[in-house]
Design a protein around this ligand. Structure first.
Ligand SMILES: CC(C)(COP(=O)(O)OP(=O)(O)OC[C@H]1O[C@@H](n2cnc3c(N)ncnc32)[C@H](O)[C@@H]1OP(=O)(O)O)[C@@H](O)C(=O)NCCC(=O)NCCS
Length: 229
């Protein structure tokens, strides 16, 4: 179970706003995860999730407190575009796993995912005071890998031929970002700003209480709910 205080009310970027999910978002999840292309990029099994599975996933991992899930809305229109989350928040080791799906396919490749990822990373390092965020991504998902790199993640390894898709084996790419990487990015951005090259300055750290309780830091295991990216 995650603590309520770990959830931000809202994270505001230039182009996206992240808010807590509401139950009415289930209809969008049903549409997104029934889509073969979204499934191909996010799911270990071939083919879309069944509706009851999507509903279980939504209740436990999206509305529930198994994960720190946030809805991604386009800032200009408030349109719901997708979802992102930290799972396996581990207070003792200061780590979490990151997941993101922009379910509205016409919104792919427009910078929304990278900005949402940055907002979550900032929340993790500035407010939760995590040390490390990991993720895994199928090697054929080049858009996601580029977006994660842009947000500061680095490739740290590969699970060789971990996924069978399109009649062949693909590696699963493991990526991560450390708080030191994040702080180096901020320092570089403010140095660039000082040098007159533009770019945003560093955001001021938030005062909210850090993630410190190892006893409740890890969400309950829910093996009946499938693992997706
Ligand atoms: C992965 C995802 C979150 C990225 O968000 P996004 O808003 O589409 O991506 P962005 O526009 O922020 O960045 C995409 C990057 O990939 C590049 N790109 C866009 N389309 C691409 C394509 N078809 N192939 C390769 N690269 C592509 C863009 O140029 C950009 O890189 P750059 O900033 O270096 O130029 C989003 O596409 C998504 O949710 N996809 C479906 C589900 C998924 O794959 N989730 C991740 C599972 S690990």
């Amino acid at each position: 179970m995650l603590k309520r205080s770990w959830f931000p009310d809202i994270l505001i970027g230039d182009r996206v706003v992240l808010r807590r999910h509401v139950s009415g978002n289930l209809a969008a999840f049903m549409r997104w995860y029934a889509d073969p292309e979204v499934s191909r990029l996010t799911r270990y099994q071939d083919g879309p999730m069944a509706r009851p599975e999507i509903e279980r996933f939504f209740q436990a991992r999206v509305l529930g407190s198994d994960s720190l899930a946030m809805a991604i809305h386009e800032r200009a229109t408030d349109r719901l575009l997708g979802t992102c989350a930290f799972s396996q928040l581990d207070g003792e080791n200061g780590s979490a796993l990151f997941h993101i799906t922009i379910g509205e396919k016409d919104a792919w490749g427009k910078g929304f995912g990278t900005e949402a990822t940055r907002l979550m990373v900032e929340h993790a390092f500035e407010r939760l005071q995590l040390h490390r965020i990991g993720l895994s991504v199928f090697a054929f998902n080049e858009r996601a890998i580029r977006s994660y790199r842009r947000a500061g993640f680095v490739i740290e390894g590969r699970a060789r031929e971990a996924i069978r898709r399109d009649g062949r084996w693909w590696d699963e790419v493991e990526m991560s970002i450390l708080d030191s990487d994040w702080r180096a990015q901020l320092a570089a951005a403010s140095a660039a700003a000082r040098a007159g090259a533009g770019g945003a300055g560093a955001a001021a750290p938030d005062e909210e209480a850090p993630l410190t309780d190892p006893a409740t830091g890890r969400p309950a295991d829910t093996p009946s709910i499938e693992r997706i990216h």
